[in-house]
Design a protein around this ligand. Sequence first.
Ligand code: DQA
Length: 147
Amino acid sequence: MILVLNGPNLNLLGLREPEVYGEGTLEELEAKCEAWGEDLGLTVVSRQSNFEGQLIDWLHRAESDGFRAVILNAGGLTHTSVPLRDAIAGIDIPVVEVHLSNVHAREPFRHRSLISAVCLGTIAGFGPTSYQAALLTLSERVDTPCQ
Ligand code: DQA
């Protein structure tokens, strides 16, 4: 079981800067993740919060809630949050950092991620396909069968 966590402002997908983030909604993105997961034999559960503490609580609980890995789009917290970085470093299951946009081709403040160094890897710039690539990589990595 894989947890897909979306952070601040991602609830506004479809409305928010569609030229950057596309026209699809969060609901559509979550449905795609579920379907891609199914194709790979993975059960995907998606959650979104605008609150840093909520994301941290979900990360802390992820393993005991039965998740084998987390796919995290931390939104703007990527570039600012030491507590989120520490939460990722403090858990035992892998976290894959994803971004819809190519953060490295955008404003300089988006070039730095405080979480990359404690994540398994980063996939950025492919829209919803960033999440699909993260699911694929996790499906190939996890040794024991997961669903
Ligand atoms: C984002 C990139 C971040 O810089 C931004 O703050 C977001 C979305 C992305 O998915 O491209 O909210 O994480």
